[in-house]
Design a binder for this molecule. Structure first.
Ligand SMILES: Nc1nc2c(c(=O)[nH]1)N[C@H]1C(S)=C(S)[C@@H](COP(=O)(O)OP(=O)(O)OC[C@H]3O[C@@H](n4cnc5c(=O)[nH]c(N)nc54)[C@H](O)[C@@H]3O)O[C@H]1N2
Ligand SMILES: Nc1nc2c(c(=O)[nH]1)N[C@H]1C(S)=C(S)[C@@H](COP(=O)(O)OP(=O)(O)OC[C@H]3O[C@@H](n4cnc5c(=O)[nH]c(N)nc54)[C@H](O)[C@@H]3O)O[C@H]1N2
Ligand code: SF4
Ligand SMILES: [Mo]
Length: 749
């Protein structure tokens, strides 16, 4: 038996911690994971790890993880060869597309795809080959409001992140990094970074209807009424202006229409938002003064502020407060990361661009607006159910579990059951994929290479980290990008056995070609053949990544800057490359708006002001539902790891003692929770850590459905909270679902 150590970035959440993995080789030559701990030499995470990070070996060894494609025959899944799986897809899907057109097949892209090179780099080819307008993703049950507010204000989806390591004052709304480890703010050891703010004398204020683990440790906790964040932020902005505390500084000349914003927020005084926020005016006024008085401050809002009725306005107002308080784009404030792969804000002409547009088309059945090339997930069930031209009859899912994660699960579940054909690229037979006709399993995380193409663009420190695969996959296991491209080839009419390498060559040539044509690129006008030579015969994601790194903001420009980055440099630095602290004064260069200015008051926000103002006087519902996360679970798909799920039941209904008394609920006894769309029975957890009038259920549980093959997860007593969430309750601008603030009734079961 021999041992070796490999290092790899953890792909499970946005923190991207470096892992040190000890592997042993058995007598038969197969390798097994002996131990996983934090990589102390990682330039970003410095050894931090959470309980999930050490379970990559468990996921790899999970007997329920598919090692072979499966095909549904007479209601049962049978394992088949890859050739047979693709032949089955060709026979089942292509005639349908021929008869009913491309729009008859929808595609849904899920969260783990954002943490995986194959989907990140090749899903686009799949979407293009499919040619359907019916595109969906987990982004509209998540961060679409923030993507749009940043896109409309700054011209591309470059979301300012709080400068955690240098700020003096952090105002955090709707985020619980002690459980989630952070989101749209890539920061391994987020909890430690928060501790250090306090250690250096700074202040943390948490706004959350629950006294979350993060709120518990904060200097101040404001238990807001769910959905009141936009109102609170509007009032803070209002006070900054009214009390003469606003100081936009250098950004004034780079900003359009800020005066209009100030006018529009006139009615939102602290007194006027008391009902909507459930907070008293003095508290709000004090908070505004504290933000202004802090040497530096950063406002950060996350999922609690996105998945709610005023998600886009709340996301926008986060940056309006950053702007008005002089904290946008400066050290210690909210800053723009500069990722090594070259995000849109570092491509093309600096300081100006096409911006983003929303609502160019609407969905067929429900007239829901498109954004960033997708319809909101709320449109998916109705597109399947509504007969007529363009009805969705088939579905492709890649790394998604919408039956668990999307609103009104029971409706969606039934809709998926009615499909004529469904294909999933997924390692498990779960709530969603049990409806598939064919499931194509990707390699395990340990069998895949890794680079956080997307998430490092939201990092609180500029770094680049590449990891090769840790363990060789079995010979017949295709890489995830190969699965995606083979499916794309099939959809494009190339049959079940497309020459993937030829398609991949074309994709790489197109990426290289567009950089060569771009007059702002470091390889403008170069000879593609000569550049190709330098790619050392790489293929797949590695070749694309190498091109992106070399033409990115720190790149070697294919030889122009010998000290610059390339994939070879990252390979030589397995613990990552430190590219320095976030830079201030990125505006105006970072902007990609047509005007070349920060658009403080985008049209979409203006158009939503009446709805916003009208909500000021709305009385609170008797009882509303919000979500929560736990550090030992990861959305819907890691409950099959026993070391994570063991211990006490975490899928409970948190209820305030006053509500429990009023409603006759007892700690540990079951309660029935009902919404417009559904009903669940769940164990009560009485706690004063939640605002009266609010109950909380975590999402991602409830694997106990017929046909699911997740033996450990199915033992768990959880329920799916999305049986209660309502597809008709959403943020108007983005169409993003409102998962928080859902009206419910609660009674003893
Ligand atoms: N009520 C409520 N609902 C929520 C949320 C909430 O806070 N409250 N949160 C929302 C958020 S933020 C998100 S991001 C969504 C997530 O929503 P989804 O992305 O739809 O679902 P996940 O639970 O992440 O499930 C991921 C799927 O990917 C599969 N998978 C895992 N690893 C891989 C891989 O490497 N490759 C492939 N191809 N597949 C893989 C898993 O088996 C699983 O089927 O849920 C949303 N739903
Ligand atoms: N352990 C673990 N880590 C994860 C995940 C996971 O499932 N488990 N999922 C990953 C994903 S996909 C994402 S998107 C991120 C999300 O990361 P975070 O945004 O940090 O998400 P949560 O931990 O759910 O914290 C959201 C908080 O918002 C509060 N909240 C609810 N409604 C409102 C409201 O109306 N206003 C305000 N101000 N607060 C409200 C909730 O009580 C909760 O404490 O986490 C990622 N990391
Ligand atoms: S916080 Fe945990 S799950 Fe997230 S990247 Fe780090 S080790 Fe992985
Ligand atoms: Mo998410």
């Amino acid at each position: 038996m021999s041992e070796r150590i490999a290092v790899r970035t953890c792909p499970l959440c946005e923190a991207g911690c470096g892992l040190e993995i000890t592997l042993t080789t058995g007598d038969d030559g197969t390798e097994a994971v002996k131990r996983i701990r934090g990589d102390r030499d990682d330039v970003f995470s410095g050894g931090y790890i959470c309980p999930k990070g050490s379970t990559l070996g468990h996921l790899h060894d999970d007997p329920d993880r598919l090692r072979q494609p499966v095909v549904r025959r007479d209601g049962e899944f049978v394992a088949v060869s890859w050739d047979e799986a693709f032949a089955t897809i060709e026979a089942g899907l292509m005639p349908l597309l021929q008869e009913h057109g491309r729009d008859s097949c929808a595609i849904y892209l899920g969260n783990p795809g954002a943490h995986s090179l194959g989907p990140m780099l090749y899903n686009r080819s799949l979407i293009t080959a499919l040619g359907s307008r019916n595109r969906f993703s987990a982004s509209t049950v998540d961060q679409r409001p923030k993507e749009l507010s940043a896109g409309l204000m700054f011209g591309s989806v470059s979301v300012p992140v709080p400068d955690l390591d240098r700020t003096d004052f952090l105002l955090m709304l709707g985020a619980n990094p002690h459980a989630s480890n952070g989101s749209l703010c890539t920061a391994p050891d987020f909890p430690g970074r928060l501790d250090r703010i306090q250690e250096r004398g700074g202040t943390i204020v948490v706004v959350d209807p629950r006294r979350s683990e993060t709120a518990e440790r904060a200097d101040r906790h404001l238990a807001i009424r769910p959905g009141g964040d936009a109102h609170l932020l509007a009032a803070i902005a209002n006070v900054l202006v009214t009390d003469g505390l606003a100081d936009v500084g250098r950004l004034a000349e780079h900003t359009n229409a800020l005066d209009d914003v100030v006018d529009a927020l006139g009615p939102f005084t602290p007194e006027r938002v008391e009902t909507a926020t459930g907070l008293d005016a003095d508290t709000i006024r004090t908070l505004a003064h504290d933000v202004a008085a802090a040497p530096t401050a950063a406002v950060y809002g996350r999922i609690g502020t996105c998945t709610q009725e005023f998600g886009t306005l709340a996301s926008w107002l986060v940056d309006i407060v950053n702007l008005l308080s002089g904290n946008l784009d400066r050290v210690g404030g909210a800053m723009f990361a500069k990722g090594a792969v070259g995000q849109p804000s570092t491509k093309g002409a600096p300081g100006t661009g096409r911006g983003i547009r929303i609502g160019r088309v609407t969905s067929r059945a429900g007239g829901r607006p498109e954004s960033l090339g997708e319809f909101p997930v709320t449109a998916l069930p109705e597109e399947i159910e509504t007969p007529g031209d363009g009805q969705v009859r088939a579905l492709i899912t890649v790394a998604g579990n919408p039956v668990s994660s999307n609103p009104n699960s029971e409706r969606l579940d039934a809709a998926l059951g009615s499909l004529e054909f469904m294909v999933s690229i997924d390692p498990y037979i779960n709530e969603t994929t049990r409806h598939a006709d064919v499931i194509l399993p990707p390699p395990s995380a340990l069998e895949k290479s890794h680079y956080d193409i997307a998430l490092l663009n939201f990092a609180v420190h500029n770094v680049a980290n590449y990891s090769p695969a840790v363990i060789d996959a079995p010979d017949d296991q295709p890489e995830e990008w190969e699965i995606i491209l083979r499916l794309a080839g099939l959809l494009g009419g190339g049959g079940a056995n497309t020459d993937i390498d030829a398609v991949d060559d074309q994709i790489a040539a197109a990426v290289l070609g567009s950089a060569v044509r771009d007059e702002h690129s470091s390889i403008h006008g170069r000879d593609p053949a000569e550049l190709n030579e330098q790619l050392d015969g790489r293929r797949g994601p590695e070749r694309l990544l190498d091109i992106m790194l070399r033409t990115g903001p720190y790149g070697d420009g294919f030889g122009t800057d010998p000290d610059g980055l390339s994939l070879a440099v990252l390979e030589a630095n397995p613990h990552g490359v430190d590219l320095g602290a976030l830079e201030a004064d990125r505006v105006p260069d970072v902007l990609r708006t047509p005007s070349g200015k920060i658009e403080a008051f985008p049209d979409a926000m203006r158009a939503d002001m009446d709805r916003f103002t009208a909500s000021l006087d709305r009385e609170a519902d008797d009882m509303v539902l919000v979500g929560r996360r736990h550090v030992r679970s990861n959305n819907s798909w890691m409950h099959n790891v026993r070391v994570l799920t063991k211990g006490r039941n975490r899928c409970t209904l948190q209820v305030h003692p006053d509500d429990a008394d009023r409603l006759g609920l007892r700690d540990g006894a079951p309660a029935t929770v009902q919404s417009r769309v559904g009903e669940v029975s769940i164990d009560v957890e009485v706690t004063d850590g939640i605002r009266p009038g609010v109950v909380s259920i975590p999402h991602g549980f409830g694997q106990n459905l017929p046909g699911v093959q997740l033996r450990v997860a199915q033992e768990y007593r959880g329920v799916n909270t999305n049986v209660l969430t309502d597809e008709l309750f959403y943020d108007e601008i983005s169409g993003n679902i409102a998962l928080n603030g859902v009206p419910v009734t609660v009674s003893p079961s």
